[in-house]
Write a protein that binds this ligand. Structure first.
Ligand SMILES: Cc1ncc(COP(=O)(O)O)c(C=O)c1O
Length: 405
């Protein structure tokens, strides 16, 4: 079939595909444990549900302005004041169909064909494909010291005349690493000095542990004018457990927000009115759900770390935030795709191969599920990989017999 070059170059989203596979296996009655997920299990805040319901009850759900309803922009302005310490004008704000669409619109607005977009590895699976979708060239940068913490020297080394944008995501999907303030300060300063756009993907910024506070990149910006090339992206998906509501946003200078709005206006129009109202409810409502999600995740993180520490041959950097860990399984296999497939086939545990995030030999293991799923999932993985494990494992009524060595 004669599809476009771009269409042919785009890989399916590995994580969405895994969700599908897990759902199919579950529907067949298989006792699948999904440690590959990317969404908190809790309910959306009541304020969000009530706000959407009250609009739905009117029966009048209309188109919205392409950059979002005034009430949502107002809520985002207040959120920005609280977490970023400045008050953007409504013209500096665009609401979108998830942080994903905000990043996509920003790339559309900024990147010319063949221009390069740099991001540290391991990286969120969608960045390379999003860059390719706008005709750009993705440039992942693996920290030279083998850690998950990038250094500005790593980025400096790959910047060239084609570099247009740097994307930084901290706390990071997939590693859970919270980049140090010193790196955030360096990258803000570096991008300002080199005239590069910097997209801060802050979607997990409130999901950080050990009593730490979200890092505010704006405190390091010297240019706070309309010439600033810093774009902050955020959304309701993760912090409010509202992944299906599909509301995110971007805050940036007027010119880029106007361009992004024009693009979004033609691509999708404004996000659903109903869901924008829900987002207003979540952002302006009682915030206790964020704190309780954070402490549940921190507790889950601690359990997972304990389980993986008792797993000989697996190395783990303790995640400081998000609900992902990125564990080194190279002792067992350097091919993470094969390993993830093996774990799914043999013990019905879903993990995401590190290769999808730019680092083979690792598996992303999520801790957004229940403690039972985490402990049982890791136990099954251990059983599958440990050659000295007993020959049989019971999963409920089902007996698994090892037929591999
Ligand atoms: C790093 C990162 N950025 C953005 C997104 C997209 O979030 P949203 O659901 O708001 O589109 C995700 C979702 O997994 C993510 O992990």
């Amino acid at each position: 079939m004669s599809l476009s070059q771009i269409a042919k170059s785009i890989a399916p989203s590995a994580t969405l595909k895994l969700n599908e596979t897990a759902a199919i296996l579950r529907a067949k009655g298989d006792p699948v444990i999904h440690l590959g997920g990317g969404e908190p299990k809790g309910r959306a805040p009541l304020d969000a549900v009530l706000a959407a319901a009250s609009l739905l009850n009117t029966g009048e759900v209309r188109y919205t302005p392409p950059d979002g309803i005034p009430a949502l922009k107002k809520a985002i302005i207040r959120y920005t004041e609280e977490f970023y310490g400045f008050k953007p004008a409504p013209e500096n704000v665009m609401a979108s169909g998830g942080a994903k669409q905000a990043i996509m619109s920003a790339l559309h607005a900024l990147v010319n064909p063949q221009e390069e977009v740099i991001f540290p590895a391991p990286y969120w699976v969608s960045y390379p494909e999003m860059v390719k979708l706008v005709g750009g060239v993705p440039v992942p940068v693996l920290p030279e010291d083998g850690s998950f913490i990038p250094r500005i020297q790593d980025i400096e080394q790959v910047v060239g005349s084609y570099t247009r944008v740097v994307i930084v995501n901290s706390p990071n999907n997939p590693s859970g690493a919270v980049y140090p303030e010193s790196f955030i300060a360096d990258v803000v300063d570096f991008c300002e000095r080199r005239g590069l756009w910097l997209i801060m993907d802050d979607i997990y910024h409130r999901l950080i542990f050990d009593g730490r506070k979200p890092i505010n990149p704006c405190t390091f910006a010297k240019d706070r004018t309309e010439n600033s090339k810093l774009i902050i992206v955020n959304g309701v998906s993760k912090q409010y457990a509202m992944t299906g509501f599909r509301i995110g946003w971007a805050v940036g200078n007027r010119a880029v927000i106007e361009a992004m709005t024009n693009i979004q206006g033609h691509e999708t129009s404004g996000p659903s009115a109903l869901l924008q109202h829900a987002a207003v409810g979540a952002i302006n409502g009682i915030q206790s759900s964020v704190g309780s999600l954070r402490s549940t995740l921190e507790n889950n993180r601690n359990v997972l770390v304990q389980e993986l520490r008792a797993f000989d041959g697996v190395h783990l950097e303790i995640p400081g935030g998000t609900f992902y860990s990125f564990a080194d399984f190279r002792h067992y296999s350097k091919d993470s795709v094969k390993l993830a497939r093996f774990l799914l086939d043999k013990v019905q545990v879903v993990t995401v191969p590190g290769k999808e995030f730019g680092l083979d030999g690792y598996l992303r293991i999520s801790f957004c599920g229940s403690i039972k799923e985490i402990t049982e999932g890791v136990e099954r993985m251990k059983w599958a990989l440990d050659p000295n494990a007993p020959n049989e494992l019971w999963i409920g009524e089902r007996k698994l017999v090892r037929d591999w060595s």
